[in-house]
Design a binder for this molecule. Structure first.
Ligand code: NAD
Length: 297
């Protein structure tokens, strides 16, 4: 029997607990507030931002919707971030990526006050994560740790292969899994576009986390019997649908499910967790900055 890991249900559970933490904050006259900053005309980015806004409202977090014209000078974005850094009503700041080409992305990440950096991408927060003293864990890998918990999977001593080395998924995932801490203690192999024989690596793994952005890269023939498979990928492929495309993961679901003991679907696996953990970080940010202790899920 293969367990289908229900990210929607786990995320709903996290949100419910966060709503209680928000109540605690509000009882102390603190309104947790997330500012999302969008500097793009890309419809996909707009959709992501409005989903984040809606998620906030659902648990009682105030969402501030800041928009900057995609062709505005970069300084307009930096000044906006400076204002939000200084605004004591704002607990979390999220700049929706990608920013336009004329804006230096790394400079944007560095410009956000690390205390308000709810994505966890500021170099100070990356450093703290690597050092085993995370302030804000990046949302996608943190959400995956919660999915492991939900199926009572303790990564300790397990061989985990992470496919992908991006700053937002692969690297922080590997860093969390090697920490000498709960949810860590795994033996981690990080594979990427220059890895020589990916299948040979994944076949050795107890757990595979696929985050390559390549449709159906990992199939059943690349897995050991009973592996746990986490599919982070969200890829648009042409299809005969109303929209002209469909979303597929980095895992070939059917063949992988035949081998796996547990697997995340796309959609409904990692995606809802990423969204829920942004709320988690925002509540944590409000709690830290306003000095009101709350319980976190
Ligand atoms: P990215 O493009 O920044 O990084 C992809 C990584 O995969 C790179 O490190 C690259 O070396 C590696 N890679 C590429 N081709 C490979 C191959 N053939 N074999 C092995 N490694 C290979 O992507 P990302 O931002 O990390 O996102 C990865 C995927 O996850 C995308 O599909 C993205 O849409 C999705 N994503 C989903 C969520 C979510 O919440 N569900 C969040 C973030 C990203």
């Amino acid at each position: 029997m293969t367990t289908v890991i229900d990210g929607k249900a786990v995320a709903a559970d996290v949100r419910e607990q966060l709503a209680n933490s928000v109540d605690t904050l509000r009882d102390a006259d603190v309104t947790p507030t997330l500012a999302t900053v969008l500097m793009s005309d890309d419809p996909a980015s707009e959709t992501y931002v409005s989903m984040k806004q809606r998620d906030c409202e659902e648990v009682g977090i105030e969402a501030r919707d800041v928009r900057i014209s995609a062709d505005a000078p970069a300084d307009e974005l930096f000044e906006t971030i400076e204002d939000l850094n200084a605004d004591t009503d704002v607990d979390g700041i999220l700049v929706q990526m990608p920013v336009p080409d004329h804006v230096d992305k790394q400079a944007v990440l560095r410009s956000i006050d690390p205390e308000k950096d709810v994505d966890g991408f500021h170099p100070e927060n990356v450093g703290r994560l690597v050092a085993g003293d995370a302030r804000y864990k990046p949302c996608t890998p943190h959400g995956i740790q919660k999915l492991f918990e939900s199926i009572d999977l303790d990564p300790e001593g397990k061989d985990v292969v992470v496919v992908g080395r991006s700053d937002i998924v692969g690297k922080p995932m590997a860093n969390l899994l090697i920490q000498k801490a709960e949810g860590g203690n795994a033996t981690v192999t990080v594979c990427h576009s220059r890895t020589r024989d990916l299948a040979e690596k994944t076949r050795q793994a107890d757990v595979v986390v696929a985050a390559a952005g390549v449709p159906e890269l990992v199939d059943g023939s690349m897995l050991s019997e009973g592996a746990v498979v986490v599919d982070v990928g969200v890829n648009r492929v042409d299809a005969d649908t109303e929209k002209g495309y469909e979303l597929v993961g980095d895992v070939d679901y059917d063949s992988a499910a035949e081998k796996a003991s547990a697997i995340t679907p796309v959609p409904g696996g990692v995606g809802p967790m990423t969204r829920a953990m942004l709320l988690y970080n925002t509540v944590k940010a409000a709690s830290r900055q306003e000095d009101v202790p709350v319980e976190l899920p």
